[in-house]
Design a protein around this ligand. Structure first.
Ligand code: PMP
Ligand code: GLU
Length: 402
C-alpha cells in the first residue's frame, strides 16, 4: 500500500476482546458448536419499556441532531443518578457537568484527549481493561502499568501507589475501575480512602483520577458498590466519573455512556466531542432517559443470575485443581490463572486457541489485560451453556494432567 499510516495508529494494538469475539462469532456462524465466553456483553434483552420508548421516539420524529453533549433531560437524569451515588459531595452535580457519549469508551477517550500532553504518564493498575493503555497512547500519553497482586485481591495498595509516584514523576492521571474488568474486584470506601491518603500527599497538584464505574450495577452480595467520590469527596475537582448503560441495563449496542466532571473538564471534553462525533444517536438518548427512570429492582433478576452463574462456573471449574480462580465481587467475568495447564513454551494466546479447538470454548487471553498466564471467561451466557463450557474445559484440562 502506498498510503503511509500514522505513527499513532501503528503504536496501538487491535482490541483483543473485540477480535476474539468476532472470531468466535464467525466460527459459530460456520456451524461450530462453540460456547462464546469472550465478550463482556450481557445476554439479557433490553427492558420492554426501553424498547417502547425508542419506538415512541421514532414516531415523535426524534430524528434531528441533539446538542453535542446530549439532550438536557438525559443529562439531568445522569446527574440525579450520580448524585445518589455521591451523596457526600457538598454541591450536587447538574446537567452542565455531564456529557452523553458513545458508550463508556468515548467518555474515556474524551478524558484522555482532553488532559494528556506528550510524555504525560498515566498510572493503570493491572489487570486492566484492555483499551486503557491503547487509548492513552492514541491520546499521546504514556501508559504506566502498576501490577497488582492476586493475594491482595488484585487491588492497588497504598504502598504500590506510593512507589509508583516515586518511580514515575511524570504521572498525571490514575485510572481506577471498580467493579473491575477482568478481575471482578470491588473497592470498598475504606480502600479508596487509603489510596486517597497517598494521592493527597504525593500526587502533583494538577493530578486527575479517572474512575470507570461502568459495572456499578453488578456487585455481588455481601459486597457493595462505592463510587470513588463517595469515599473521597475532596477529589471532586480532580475526578472524572465514567459510567453508562452498556452493562447495567444490557444496552451495549445502543452506545450510551457518559462522563461527569467539573465544568472546566466537561467543557474541554465537549469541545472534542463537538469536533468529532457530535451528540450520540437521538433515539438511543430517548431510550436512555427511560432506562434511567426504571427502579433498580427491575435489574435485580439479572444481578441474581450473574451471581448464580459466577457460583456455578466456579464450582465446575474447581474440578480442574490446577486452575486458580478468585471469586469475582462484581462485574461478569472469571479471571483464571491457567499457568499449571500451559504446555512447555505455550503462550496464553496459544492456550486459548487450544481451548477453542479442543474444548470448543472461546476465552480471551489474559495478556490483553496485562497478565500472561491468565484467561478471562465471561459469564454472559445462560446457565446451561456456561455449565457445558466449564465442563468441556475441565475435561480437556484433566486429560492433559492425566
Ligand atoms: N470500561 C470497562 C471496564 C469496560 O469493560 C467497557 C466494556 N466495553 C467499557 C468501559 C466501555 O463500555 P461501552 O461498551 O459502554 O463503550
Ligand atoms: N468491555 C467489553 C469487554 O471487555 C466489550 C468489548 C470491548 O469493548 O472491549 O469484553
Amino acid at each position: 500500500m502506498k498510503v503511509k499510516l500514522s505513527q499513532r495508529v501503528q503504536m496501538v494494538h487491535e482490541s483483543v476482546t473485540l477480535k476474539m469475539n468476532a472470531l468466535a462469532q464467525d466460527l459459530i456462524q460456520q456451524g461450530q458448536d462453540l460456547v462464546n465466553l469472550t465478550a463482556g456483553e450481557p445476554d439479557f434483552p433490553v427492558h420492554e419499556l426501553v424498547k417502547q420508548a425508542v419506538i415512541q421516539a421514532v414516531h415523535d420524529n426524534k430524528s434531528k441532531y441533539t446538542l453535542a453533549v446530549g439532550v438536557l433531560e438525559l443529562r439531568e437524569a445522569v446527574a440525579r443518578k450520580t448524585n445518589l451515588q455521591q451523596t457526600s459531595l457538598a454541591i450536587p452535580w447538574t446537567a452542565k457537568d455531564v456529557i452523553i457519549t458513545n458508550g463508556g469508551k468515548q467518555a474515556l477517550f474524551n478524558s484522555f484527549l482532553a488532559v494528556l500532553n506528550p510524555g504525560d504518564q498515566v498510572l493503570i493498575p493491572s489487570p486492566y481493561w484492555t483499551s486503557y493503555p491503547e487509548m492513552v497512547k492514541l491520546a499521546g500519553g504514556e501508559p504506566v502499568i502498576v501490577r497488582t497482586k492476586s493475594e491482595f485481591g488484585f487491588k492497588l495498595t497504598p504502598e504500590q501507589l506510593s512507589e509508583a509516584f516515586l518511580a514515575f514523576p511524570r504521572a498525571r492521571v490514575l485510572v481506577l475501575n471498580s467493579p473491575n474488568n477482568p478481575t471482578g474486584a470491588v473497592y470498598s470506601k475504606h480502600e479508596y480512602q487509603n489510596l486517597a491518603r497517598i494521592l493527597q500527599t504525593q500526587a502533583p497538584a494538577d493530578f486527575l483520577v479517572i474512575s470507570d464505574e461502568i459495572y456499578d450495577g453488578i456487585v455481588f452480595k455481601p459486597f457493595q458498590f462505592c463510587s470513588f467520590l463517595q469515599a473521597v469527596p475532596e477529589w471532586v475537582n480532580q475526578t472524572i466519573t465514567i459510567n453508562g448503560l452498556s452493562k447495567s441495563a444490557a444496552m451495549t449496542g445502543w452506545r450510551v455512556g457518559w462522563s461527569v466532571a467539573p465544568l472546566a473538564l466537561t467543557q474541554a471534553m465537549a469541545k472534542i466531542q463537538g469536533q468529532s462525533t457530535s451528540g450520540i444517536n437521538a433515539l438511543a438518548q430517548a431510550a436512555a432517559i427511560k432506562a434511567l427512570s426504571l427502579p433498580e429492582c427491575e435489574f435485580i433478576p439479572q444481578l441474581e443470575s450473574y451471581q448464580r452463574r459466577a457460583e456455578l462456573s466456579a464450582k465446575i471449574l474447581s474440578e480442574a485443581k490446577g486452575l486458580t480462580l478468585i471469586r469475582p465481587q462484581g462485574a461478569f467475568y472469571h479471571f483464571i490463572n491457567c499457568q499449571a495447564y500451559l504446555l512447555p513454551q505455550e503462550t496464553i494466546s496459544e492456550f486459548c486457541e487450544r481451548m477453542l479447538k479442543d474444548a470448543l470454548v472461546a476465552l480471551v487471553p489474559g495478556d490483553a489485560f496485562g497478565e500472561k498466564t491468565y484467561a478471562r471467561l465471561s459469564i454472559t451466557v445462560p446457565e446451561d451453556q456456561l455449565a457445558k463450557a466449564c465442563s468441556r474445559l475441565v475435561t480437556v484440562l484433566k486429560r492433559k494432567a492425566a
